[in-house]
Ligand binder design. Structure first.
Ligand SMILES: CC(=O)N[C@@H]([C@@H](O)[C@H](O)[C@H](O)CO)[C@@H](O)CC(=O)C(=O)O
Length: 305
């Protein structure tokens, strides 16, 4: 079995774009230093917030390379390689392994979707052949993929057939049910990342010790508080820190009446001063009026000038 250990906060990094839509790699070194300075020890590149599915294979490779060049600041780099077809996924996985990535994460195929946990394992077996020396993770995010299989069954079957399978990202609200079952199957030897900012405290209460959540990009301190308060047994205070995250997300998603990558990218730029640029279609960027409304709401909370 491949070895992988991570505890704490991993940021799903944004894909920085110039206003003309092209990749802006120049911001990555400062982005990496910002994450280091805010206690974030890992990045999850080309995922959901990272608009992996909106980029070409060549762009995705460039982003992976840019983050790998910053390993002195952010030591753990997991590259999300799921793509439209298995061959592109394998090409990206081979590339990530050649760079020495800490791990490779994979969405399922989302057009012809796996119907059973066995189908999913079959697919992951083929991906693993392209990156036989690198820890492999499944990226469970049914709200995007509409693939909602039992993750505990997948893990049970997957470890039998994929020596490099090291866990999964559990972007699913059911942390206390299926999430806990995954932890039981993992038995401490696989890594299960919590996937929603809003449920970190609940996830930690079930035994999760790490997460890949978008807020770690710009307000990691709340999540770091949750981890340390839960460790100290201060559950009520941890729940207060959790409320602060939910409140912040409420502000960020107000202009778009719900989650969009455009909103969190705009928040990143406003809250950190690191310009990650607009989102790429099909995710519509915020309009100037939406951006101003977000800026004003964040300013009212003393979060931006
Ligand atoms: C759909 C989505 O973006 N989910 C976020 C959450 O952090 C999410 O933004 C947050 O919990 C708000 O609902 C992360 O799971 C994203 C993520 O890990 C990724 O970009 O790959």
């Amino acid at each position: 079995m491949a070895k992988f250990t991570f505890h704490g906060l991993m940021a799903p990094s944004f894909a920085p774009f110039h206003n003309d839509g092209s990749l802006n790699l120049d911001v990555i070194p400062a982005y990496a230093k910002h994450l280091r300075d805010t206690g974030v020890a890992g990045v999850w590149v080309n995922g959901t917030a990272g608009e992996g599915m909106s980029m070409t294979v060549a762009e995705r490779k460039k982003l992976a390379e840019a983050w790998m060049a910053c390993k002195k600041d952010v030591a753990t780099v997991i590259v999300q390689c799921g793509a439209g077809c298995l061959l592109d996924t394998q090409e990206l996985a081979r590339h990530a392994e050649s760079l020495g990535a800490s791990g490779i994460a994979v969405f399922p195929c989302i057009f012809d979707k796996p119907q059973t946990a066995d189908d999913l394992v079959d697919y992951m077996v083929e991906v693993a052949k392209a990156c036989p020396r690198t820890p492999l993770f499944y990226y469970h995010i049914p709200m995007k993929t509409q693939v909602n299989l039992s993750m505990s069954e997948f893990l049970q079957k997957g470890v039998e057939r994929i020596p490099t399978l090291c866990g999964l990202k559990f972007t699913d609200r059911d942390v206390s049910g299926e999430g806990k079952k995954c932890l039981e199957v993992a038995g401490g030897s696989l890594t299960i990342f919590n996937g929603f900012d809003e449920q970190l405290q609940e996830a930690v209460s079930q035994g999760f010790s790490c997460g890949v959540n978008v807020c770690y990009n710009f307000s990691a301190h709340h999540a770091a508080d949750i981890l340390s308060l839960m460790k100290a047994g201060k559950v009520d205070e941890a729940k207060e820190a959790q409320k602060a995250i939910v409140d912040l997300l409420g502000v960020i998603f107000k202009p778009t009446s719900g989650f969009t990558v455009a909103g969190v990218k705009a928040a990143m730029t406003l809250l950190t001063g690191l310009d990650v640029g607009p989102s790429r279609l099909p995710v519509k960027p915020l309009t100037p009026a939406m951006k101003e409304s977000l800026r004003a709401d964040l300013a009212a909370r003393g979060l931006v000038k």
